[in-house]
Ligand binder design. Structure first.
Ligand code: NAP
Length: 335
């Protein structure tokens, strides 16, 4: 059975997802697109055999032609679209962040709980990356004994002009927030953001940041967030345990030796680094929706918890100091 998907927001990642969803191996096709930029929507639809441009995201979600929805507009616009999908009873894959505040995420969780079934999956794609899966398997399998410390880095070559200071946490570090919860099966109980000397390349941004996370079992995590490194896109994670260390391997496909130097290639951006993760993520989502099962991936609850931690980190960024993370009780639907 083919799954007819509508995509709201066909910018950078929207177009990436459209390419994977239209005629993909899971048996999906894109039948409708909507975007604040009508011309962009028309261009994207024009490249697809079965897609229509819808005048708005709301009309796309309401359309009988659309079985399931992918929301890839900017984070601040996600909430009304996800709520409309829940009200319409349609499965929805929403890019991270689920919504930019914990209150907005809570409204989504409450709506899903009231509907009585899981319809929402959040685009925390690290969970689908083969290297991250291997890291989780190594840690969970006891390869390095009990984890004690974790060292992470999230480095972007550059960010668009509308990227604000808070987005280093709410839009960028949000990936590590979900990754750490998933990697260790533990909640983050406290967070502190430190602001080192500013990069002269960061303009008004406070760049880089050093974020310290405390996990429930006492593991300490340091995360560098740099968003103007220019040399490429780099994701690092090293777990230091009682009996050894395990880290993500260098993703470079080749090593070049020439003129007395050894070099590996650094991915240009997230599209290159995580291509395989998006393939697996969307394939598994389509398979689950087609089978009529609730989504197996990151839930609205995961999106909500990530935002609670992100809000705590933003309080630390704005006011300084260590901020405890207070999580609400988890609804039965997500247990
Ligand atoms: P983008 O290139 O700016 O694309 C967003 C698109 O949504 C633009 O075409 C924009 O139009 C449109 N749009 C804005 N408001 C809208 C609305 N209310 N309704 C419908 N369309 C609207 O952004 P992006 O980089 O693709 O990011 C989109 C989302 O994906 C963000 O939440 C981001 O955090 C997430 N993301 C996730 C990953 C990942 O690895 N999982 C990677 C990248 C991005 P205008 O340009 O006219 O505003």
């Amino acid at each position: 059975m083919a799954l007819d998907v509508g995509v709201v927001g066909v910018g950078t990642i929207g177009q990436e997802h459209v390419r994977r969803l239209d005629g993909g191996p899971g048996g999906s096709r894109v039948v409708a697109v909507a975007d604040a930029d009508a011309e962009r929507a028309a261009t994207v639809a024009g490249q697809l055999p079965a897609a229509k441009v819808m005048p708005s995201g709301e009309e796309l979600i309401a359309s009988d032609a659309v079985d399931a929805v992918v929301v890839t507009s900017w984070g601040a616009t996600h909430e009304p679209y996800v709520l409309a999908c829940i009200a319409a009873g349609k499965p929805v894959f929403c890019e991270k962040p689920l919504a930019p505040t914990q209150e907005a995420c809570r409204r989504i969780v409450d709506a899903e709980v009231a509907a009585g079934r899981r319809l929402v999956q959040v685009g925390f794609n690290r969970r689908y990356d083969p290297a991250h899966r291997a890291l989780k398997q190594a840690v969970g399998g006891g390869a390095v004994g009990a984890p004690l410390l974790v060292h992470c880095a999230h480095r972007n070559a550059s960010v668009p002009p509308h990227y604000t200071r808070d987005m280093s946490i709410a839009d960028t570090a949000i990936h590590e927030i979900d990754e750490l919860r998933w990697l260790f099966g533990q909640e983050i109980v406290a967070v502190q953001v430190l602001t080192p000397r500013k990069s002269s390349r960061g303009g008004e941004l406070q760049d880089p940041l050093l974020v310290l996370f405390e996990m429930a079992d006492g593991v300490l995590v340091d995360l560098e967030v740099s968003v103007n490194v220019h040399y490429g896109y780099e994701i690092r994670c090293e777990v230091s345990g009682e009996t050894g260390t395990v880290e993500l391997a260098d993703p470079a496909p080749v090593t070049i030796r020439r003129a007395g130097t050894v070099a590996g290639l650094v991915p240009a951006d997230w599209r290159e680094r995580f291509a395989l993760s998006y393939d697996v993520e969307l394939r598994e989502w389509v398979d689950t929706v087609v089978a009529g099962r609730p989504p197996q991936g990151p839930s609205a609850w995961d999106g909500h918890v990530a935002q609670v931690v992100s809000d705590a980190a933003l309080r630390s960024l704005h006011s300084g100091g260590r901020v405890s993370v207070e999580l609400p009780a988890q609804p039965e639907l997500y247990r």
